[in-house]
Design a protein around this ligand. Sequence first.
Ligand code: NAP
Length: 294
Amino acid sequence: MTILVTGASGLLGAALQRSAPATARLLLTAHPDDCTQPHMLPLDITDARAARTLVERMQPTVIIHAAAASSVDWCEEHPDKARAINTDAAIHFSRLAQASGARFIFISSNAVYGSGARHREDEPTAPVNEYGRTKADAETNIQAINPSGIIIRPNLMFGFPPPGGRDNQVSRVLNALSAHQTINVVNDTYFSPIASDIVALMIWQLIPQQLTGIINIGSAERMTLYELSRLTARVFGLDEKLLEPISHRNTSAPAPRAIDTSYDISRLQSLVGTIPSINGQLALLERQLSDVGA
Ligand SMILES: NC(=O)c1ccc[n+]([C@@H]2O[C@H](COP(=O)([O-])OP(=O)(O)OC[C@H]3O[C@@H](n4cnc5c(N)ncnc54)[C@H](OP(=O)(O)O)[C@@H]3O)[C@@H](O)[C@H]2O)c1
């Protein structure tokens, strides 16, 4: 099985590499500026011709399209570029997959949801920011082009970012608290946060199954960024008093955020079984850190 992964230098891309099945031959692509590892193929996903040449030459069995402009605020400030990366390039890859007979796995986002809570895959999307709209529009097109594919909507992901990668809530908190710095954390927006390593494992479990459509991937628990940060501090033995809970109304972020993008994960659980608790996922990360330090 030859599997093409875009965005291999990102948080999820790195996790997919760590847990890939032994039978998978991975073709890892990364933006030419991030292609620091010799085994990665440079590819700007907005270069439609280069993408076509790569897919036609390599003939992958599966394409996992994880590359994206994933900063919500950057997308708000660069809507045209965000659309080119998150919508147009994703649609192009889905067409390439359809034409070459490859299974297409599109990595979407919890940002396609708006009002409400405990979101289900079959409810209408209602994104409140540009990032969410670019993902929702990609999904709509991809479902029409590639009905046999899978759309994965990871919730808020956390983990140790690969070198040069973007920080996430857990790594941000670990950096601040390890340096004994206080950090403001929003305590009135809700998620179903999940470790990128668990998302990757779920994706590898789902690929061989004969399923289509949308799958929410998140933890069963619903929590705020502050609650996640406090749990992180406790698991890593850091000072939680340095965490300052604030309201989302008191941030100056350019992009609006939905109040609650927590998930109903019934579909996921019916396919892969129980998801480890967030505490357990953080404990696993802490053990990885201890093993490196040992
Ligand atoms: N992290 C989350 O909490 C979260 C939640 C829901 C959904 N998602 C989605 O899950 C996927 C993986 O997220 P992630 O956290 O792993 O994001 P990430 O760490 O930002 O990785 C995305 C990768 O895509 C690359 N990329 C951006 N533009 C590109 C281009 N034009 N050509 C080639 N590569 C390009 C990025 O490179 P640069 O670093 O150079 O930009 C980055 O390495 C994304 O589709 C994201 O939207 C993420």
